[in-house]
Design a protein. Structure first.
Length: 156
């Protein structure tokens, strides 16, 4: 009986470590691609690592995917992954919240950006500093039509 229990424990440990090694391999490959500025390949590796059954650092991989999409100027996808990363409230870094707010401005989602800027400044303990970014977003909302008109005129 004891021998059977030891064998089962040993088999379970081998399975768990092989899954961890597989995920670590994808994570390392993703980091290597990211550092070589091969962003599309990095995203694929990070997604493979997230698909593993046991994931040790979902926040890190989710954050890297968001940053990588941002570097590819795919702001819609980046925003989607920033939102996923924001769900890790215990691990979320204030800088990451600020980056997400800036990205939302690029997407002209100013109301949501104001919320993120406010969250950032509350997180770092400076809630009054948020007003500057609120004013910028409000200005952008008010002048959105004018900005689009200028872009249209440049095409002509």
């Amino acid at each position: 009986m004891k021998r059977t229990l030891k064998n089962i424990t040993l088999i379970a440990l081998v399975i768990i470590s092989s899954v961890a090694v597989g995920q670590k391999k994808h994570l390392d490959n993703g980091d290597e691609f990211f550092n070589k500025r091969m962003y599309k390949e990095a995203i694929e590796e990070y997604k493979l690592a997230l698909d593993e059954k046991m994931v040790f650092s979902k926040y890190k991989m989710t954050k890297r995917i968001a940053q990588t999409y941002k570097l590819l100027f795919d702001y819609e996808s980046a925003s989607e992954w920033y939102e996923k990363a924001a769900k890790f409230t215990d691990e979320a870094e204030p800088k990451f919240i600020f980056e997400h707010a800036q990205l939302l401005c690029n997407l002209e989602k100013y109301e949501t950006a104001k919320t993120q800027f406010k969250r950032y400044y509350e997180t770092i303990g400076q809630p009054d500093n948020y007003k500057h970014y609120e004013e910028i977003c409000d200005w952008a909302i008010q002048n959105k039509v004018y900005h689009r008109m200028l872009l249209y005129l440049k095409r002509i």
